[in-house]
Structures are given as structure tokens and as C-alpha cells.
Design a protein around this ligand. Structure first.
Ligand code: UDP
Length: 324
């Protein structure tokens, strides 16, 4: 297949490009480099542009005539979305609308987008299946849910098939350490615990120690980025083969608490991680764990890498950069 990857210079997008190229597909990356890294674009040509620039994006589709789009270009910080909702509705909703209009006009038939478990908000039941009614509690989750709504409406009106992959917590990196999680600022738990182990921050702040969980800290379903990458390829194959459009959860179906992550990092790094208990972070549900049965059934996919592998790969990426 020939695939256009928006946001292909970012963390998950670059891993998907690598997996696509390794599976023999052709890739073109379209990215505005607002948060992505030019050095992560290694598996095909690069077109610099914003997805909201519909004319530019159309020109990219006209030039490459892709069989489908995998769409990552989006803003993805819950906290930022609360203080700057306009950015989230502009990038995530406006940007996706621009892509859909370009697809409609250029006749591109299929799109896989990065969805999120944030569409569920505070879940009534865990593990969370797709049958759980969406109820986002922040603008980030709302913008991603609205994206799905636009996809469904375009699919009804035009010849476009879609899949939204609702990830739980992406983690880890390519095993050879050439690409990985590199956000600026970095707010995510696993890299920050590693920064604390390496001494580049004083300590990891544990956001809440009084949750109704066995050790009092939040539980999340961390999933290896290469497992996510495989799922995207399967999803696009499914659509290109004429499969049905839908939203699917992607997770390992196993939860790990903040304290378990800290212990895991201590084990693989052989270092102590200084930690301090802090107040809860606004908008964090106690437990988010996926029920990924539908992805197994529809895509024949399941997560293969465990938490230890995720932590080892993330550690190798960060320490390779630190030594570089
Ligand atoms: N977390 C924490 N300290 C940090 C960053 C995150 O205790 O410095 C917690 C956070 O409250 C959540 C979990 O770690 O329960 C995962 O947060 P992260 O920001 O990595 O991902 P999110 O779930 O927000 O997508």
C-alpha cells in the first residue's frame, strides 16, 4: 500500500512509519513539525505542512495518490486542552475536517485516526469496552470524540471508510532506540520517572496517593508503541479490503499503578527513583484499563509486549540520547 502519515514525525507516527516500511509499504510523511522531529522521518519522503492548510494537503494527496491516510497530527495534552480549548478544537476538529475535505475531493478512500480512551471520561465500568458510552470530561477527549462523529458523517455521505483507534497509554520505543518518546515539555509518567532515575529532575511527583486502588495510586493500561503500530497497519488493511468502519480500543488489558511503574524503572535501571506524594491531578480517573476483545476479533490483533519490555525500550532510548 501507499500511505500518507500525518504527524509522522511524532512519537507514535514515526513508529508506524517504521513498521509500514518494514512491512513493504510506501510512506509519505505530512507534518508541520510543531511537536514532531525532522530526524524521526526516515522511512519515506517528507512534506512540510499543516493539516489545516487544505490546499497544501490536497496537493500532497494529488502528488502521492495514497491508498489511505493514517492521521496522528493532533494536540494531545489533557491539561493544556483545559486551559486552551481553542487549540484543541482548531487542530483536532478543524484539522481533521480539512483532511476529510481533501480526501473527498481527491478520492482517497480510507483513514485510520488516533483516538483515545479519554473519550470515555470517568468510566462506569472497568475494563472499558467500546459499548461503554462516551462521555469526555475535558476538551481533548471531546475533540477526539467529535473527530469520530465527523468521520462517521463523511462516511455516510461520501466514499470514505474510517477507523478510530482509541489507545490507552502509549509507552516504550523502537527496540533499537533510534526513535522514541520525546515531548517538549515531557509530562508523561514513564519518561518522567526515568528523568528522576537519571537525576535530570529532582523527583517524580506522584499525583494522588489516596485513590481507591490497592496502593492508592492511579492505574493505567500502558501499551507498547510497536504494538500500536501493528494495529494501525492491520486497521488500514481491514479498510482497504472493504472492512467496516468503527472505533476500537487498543490496550494490553492489564493495569499498572504509578508506584508499580516506579518500581519497574528502579528494577531495569538499577537506580533509586526519588518520589514525592502530591495532590491528585485534575481530571484523572482512578483506573483506566481496556477491554480490547473487539480489536482481537476485528483485526486479529493483540498486544504482545509486556510492561518490562516497554520500560526497557524506553530506558534504552532515553539513555542513548543522554550519552549521545
Ligand atoms: N502521573 C504522575 N506523575 C507524573 C505524571 C503522571 O503521577 O509526573 C500519573 C497521572 O496522574 C496518571 C498516570 O501517571 O495517573 C499516567 O499519566 P500520563 O500523563 O503519563 O498519561 P495520561 O494518562 O494523562 O495520558
Amino acid at each position: 500500500m501507499k500511505i500518507c502519515v500525518t504527524g509522522g514525525a511524532g512519537y507514535i507516527g514515526s513508529h508506524v512509519c517504521k513498521a509500514l516500511a518494514e512491512a513493504g509499504h510506501e510512506v509519505v510523511v505530512y507534518d508541520n513539525l510543531s511537536t514532531g522531529h525532522r530526524s524521526f522521518v526516515r522511512w519515506g519522503p517528507f512534506r512540510h505542512g499543516d493539516i489545516r492548510d487544505t490546499a497544501r494537503f490536497r496537493a500532497c494527496l494529488r502528488e502521492f495518490k495514497p491508498d489511505g491516510i493514517i492521521h496522528f497530527a493532533a494536540s494531545a495534552y489533557v491539561g493544556e486542552s483545559v486551559v486552551d480549548p481553542g487549540k484543541y478544537f482548531s487542530n483536532n476538529v478543524g484539522g481533521t475536517l480539512s483532511i476529510l475535505e481533501a480526501m473527498r475531493d481527491e478520492g482517497c478512500p480510507a483513514i485510520v485516526v488516533s483516538g483515545t480512551c479519554a473519550v470515555y471520561g470517568e468510566p462506569k465500568e472497568v475494563p472499558i469496552a467500546e459499548s461503554c458510552p462516551p462521555n469526555p470530561i475535558n476538551p481533548y477527549g471531546a475533540s477526539k470524540l467529535f473527530m469520530e462523529r465527523m468521520l462517521a458523517d463523511f462516511a455516510t455521505a461520501h466514499d470514505v471508510r474510517w477507523m478510530s483507534l482509541r489507545y490507552f497509554n502509549a509507552a516504550g520505543s523502537s527496540p533499537r532506540g533510534e526513535i522514541g518518546e520525546l515531548h517538549e515539555p515531557e509530562t508523561h509518567l514513564i519518561p518522567r520517572v526515568m528523568f528522576a532515575a537519571l537525576g535530570s529532575i529532582d523527583a517524580i511527583d506522584i499525583f494522588g496517593t489516596d485513590y481507591p486502588t490497592p496502593d492508592g495510586t492511579c492505574i493505567r493500561d500502558y501499551i507498547h508503541v510497536d504494538d500500536l503500530a501493528r494495529a494501525h497497519i492491520r486497521a488500514l488493511e481491514h479498510l482497504v479490503d472493504g472492512g467496516e468502519s468503527m472505533a476500537l480500543n487498543l490496550g494490553t488489558e492489564r493495569g499498572a499503578s504509578v508506584r508499580e511503574i516506579i518500581r519497574g524503572v528502579e528494577k531495569i535501571s538499577g537506580r533509586q527513583v526519588p518520589a514525592r506524594a502530591m495532590e491528585r491531578r485534575a481530571g484523572d480517573p482512578a483506573v483506566l484499563v481496556a477491554d480490547a476483545a473487539k480489536a482481537r476479533e476485528v483485526l486479529g490483533w493483540k498486544a504482545e509486549r509486556n510492561l518490562e519490555t516497554m520500560l526497557e525500550d524506553a530506558w534504552n532510548f532515553l539513555t542513548a540520547r543522554k550519552d549521545a
